[in-house]
Design a protein. Structure first.
Lengths: 248, 445
């Protein structure tokens, strides 16, 4: 966990849900402010520092998508969107809105906490990893990992299906090529330690990623196991920055 | 007005009456014409002409004085070689007066009384007749054979009649078909009317008045059914949609339940509710919104499903190549495979996903070792809201019975096929066959 409790702004029009999310996050060491709609959100963000916004898509007045775009135009504050299942996912994560992550309602609160931690960690890490600053996608050996669409495409251009935990782990590895990352630090960078038993161990995730991207999963060359150390991502990684975005 | 309603040619009864009347009139005309052309006592013109020639010859000979007869005879034989007139010795005629048959009768009529006509046998085309003049002298001549000895269908009038009959039959068949075609199209339209097949074309409102009004009524009924279904669909979608808010709240509340056993049971119930809602929403969404097609490593999708079920402690295996490219809708495919695996592990103890890929088809088998589905139930199971009849699963309230039909509509939307097959010794194999449609596309950047 970060040394200081993160300030989280919950924008949700259903009062019950809003209070429950706030209560849940408070019990898990977060400072929470709440907002009923876009106006309150803008006021809250002007009022004090906000580390992360949890934004419902369906809001009275200005909807979540346009609010998301508005926030993006002004700041780097990470945004997690709450959405109805499968609706507008491409737009939320895609070029237009640029939310950092999304969760479909009804969501698992622990999943929400895990995503919050992951996004905050990525945010902190990105400030120290120069490579990925401003990058929307990375390429290695013809593979392309797209952060905004949260998809991986192989050299033939085919999409490779992954869970979000696998994606986050691969992303973390890709962002730090040539560095040995211990299991603990990978866990910190992706899930956070308090994510609970719900998440798979790093080893299992690595073996699953290997099966999808390695030519020979038994003799891994892309993600190498470093004895008693952890894992290392070996290929050269290039950043892809789309110039037309209003954000990075 | 009502009394003469059948005269209304716009109605089906009027049209049928008109058809019958027209046919009868046509047949009458044909028969009348036939009788006019072919009177039974009238011979064909060339035969009659030959008869009158022969009669004139006989009368000429009779009128001539006996001394001049041989010269006249020779002249006549020269003038009418086709008659082949010969003189016969008197007394060689048969006793009986053979005037049978229209040929000889007609000849006899030309000659008048006092003459005797008899047959002297005939060859293929000609008939030899003898004529005894009133004074006893006899001649023989050739006339054309009796007309009825030729096959009757070779007569020109018969060809006409046959032609007319065939025409009338064809016309009648065509007219009857035209009258009843709208009825068959109703049957077809009613058969193909489907509630989820989108907007089919309305029935054409043409033909006789009764049929037009039936078409109108059917079209109105179809519209009402569609509206009804649409309203129900919207209502179901709205309910499912709105239920997500209380479920979200309950999930959050669960986190504050101290008792772990209670909490996990409640989470389990909520999960079930959520998955039921999702299946309804995905079923309702299916024909409206389609994900875009993209090249996907199908093997990775199947591995993902396998991993997800293995993570919650299910016995599941993947058997197939590490990579297999095909152009599909990735999330839809993931959903349909997930549905099939959910069914497989619900009815069996373990599941296997198999993948085979050929140059043009991807074949995905989801196998279980459960009881399987008997042949007569296979079609029914593909319908929405039909659940497996396995009693031990009913109390678990497994779902709405949408999984298989959602999977099938997804597969059909891909232009593929989903079939249910038996597994040996027991169990079910759900087979999905998808077209590959692979485009060798370079990865961007």
């Amino acid at each position: 966990m970060s040394p200081a409790a993160p300030n989280i702004l919950v924008v949700e029009d259903d009062r019950e849900t809003r209070t429950l999310i706030a209560k849940y996050l408070r019990t898990n060491a977060c400072n929470v402010t709440t907002a009923n709609d876009g106006r309150e959100m803008v006021r809250a963000m002007a009022d004090h520092r906000v580390d992360l916004v949890i934004l419902d898509v369906m809001l009275p007045g200005e909807d979540g998508l346009s609010l998301c775009r508005k926030v993006r135009a002004e700041s780097q504050t990470p945004i997690i969107m709450l959405t109805a299942r499968g609706e507008d996912v491409d737009r939320i994560l895609g070029l237009e809105m640029g939310a950092d992550d999304y969760l479909a309602k009804p969501f698992n609160p622990r999943e929400l906490l895990a995503r919050i931690n992951a996004v905050l960690r990525r945010q902190t890490a990105a400030l120290t990893v120069s490579l990925t600053n401003g990058a929307t996608a990375l390429t290695f050996l013809g593979w392309r990992i797209d952060f905004r669409l949260r998809e991986l495409r192989n050299p033939a251009g085919a999409r490779v299906s992954m869970t979000s935990a696998e994606f986050d782990l691969l992303r973390t590895l890709c962002e730090r090529p040539g560095r040995v990352l211990s299991r603990d630090s990978l866990l910190d960078l992706t899930q956070g330690r308090n994510a609970g038993s719900l998440e798979r161990s790093i080893d299992v995730l690595v073996s699953r990623i290997r099966r999808k991207i390695e030519a020979d999963p038994q003799d891994a060359t892309v993600i190498k196991t470093v004895r008693s150390g952890g894992y290392m991502f070996t290929p050269a990684v290039e950043a892809v920055t789309l110039p037309t975005d209003g954000y990075s | 007005m009502k009394l003469f309603g059948f005269l209304n040619l716009r109605g089906i009864s009027g049209q049928i009456a008109a058809l019958v009347v027209a046919s009868i009139v046509a047949v009458h005309l044909i028969i009348t014409a036939t009788f006019l052309i072919h009177r039974p006592d009238q011979l064909d013109p060339p035969i009659a002409h030959r008869h009158s020639q022969l009669a004139a010859v006989a009368q000429l000979l009779d009128a001539a004085p006996a001394a001049g007869r041989p010269r006249l005879f020779a002249d006549i034989a020269r003038a009418f070689p086709q008659l082949d007139i010969e003189s016969l010795p008197p007394g060689s005629a048969p006793v009986a007066n053979e005037t049978d048959g229209p040929n000889l009768r007609s000849l006899h009529r030309h000659l008048g009384s006092g003459y005797r006509v008899f047959s002297l046998g005939h060859d293929e085309d000609n008939r030899k007749v003898g004529i005894e003049l009133p004074d006893g002298a006899m001649i023989s001549a050739k006339i054309l054979s009796d007309p009825w000895q030729r096959p009757f269908w070779r007569g020109p009038w018969m060809t006409t009649v046959l032609f007319a009959v065939i025409c009338a039959t064809l016309l009648g068949l065509w007219a009857a078909r035209t009258l009843t075609a709208p009825l068959s199209s109703f049957a077809k339209a009613a058969e193909s009317f489907s509630l989820n097949g989108g907007a089919a074309a309305p029935l054409p409102e043409r033909g006789p008045e009764e049929i037009r009004s039936v078409a109108k009524a059917l079209n109105r009924m179809r519209d009402r059914i569609s509206t009804l279904i649409d309203d129900r669909t919207k209502m179901l979608a709205a309910i499912s949609h709105d239920l997500r808010t209380p479920i979200t709240r309950m999930r959050l509340r669960c986190e504050f339940i101290e008792d772990d056993a209670h909490r996990s049971r409640m989470l389990c119930d909520l999960d079930q509710m959520r998955s039921m809602l999702e299946s309804v929403l995905s079923f309702l969404r299916n024909d409206q919104k389609l994900e875009s097609m993209t090249l996907v490593d199908v093997a990775s999708t199947l591995q993902l499903v396998t991993d997800q079920f293995a993570d919650i402690g299910r016995k599941i295996a993947y058997d197939g190549p590490e990579h297999a490219m095909a152009t599909v809708r990735p999330d839809d495919l993931h959903r349909s495979i997930t549905n099939l695996v959910e069914n497989a592990i619900r009815f069996g103890s373990e599941a296997t996903i198999r993948l085979r890929i050929s140059s043009d088809t991807v074949t995905i088998d989801v196998e279980d070792d459960g009881p399987g589905i008997s042949d007569e139930h296979k079609d029914v199971m593909l319908e929405p809201f039909v659940r497996g009849d396995d009693a031990r699963n009913m109390d678990e309230a497994a779902g709405f019975g949408l999984g298989l039909s959602i999977a099938r509509s997804i597969v059909l939307a891909h232009g593929g096929q989903l079939s249910l097959n038996d597994r040996q010794p027991h169990g079910l194999i759900v087979r999905i066959q998808l077209p590959v449609r692979q485009q060798s596309r370079q990865a961007a950047a």
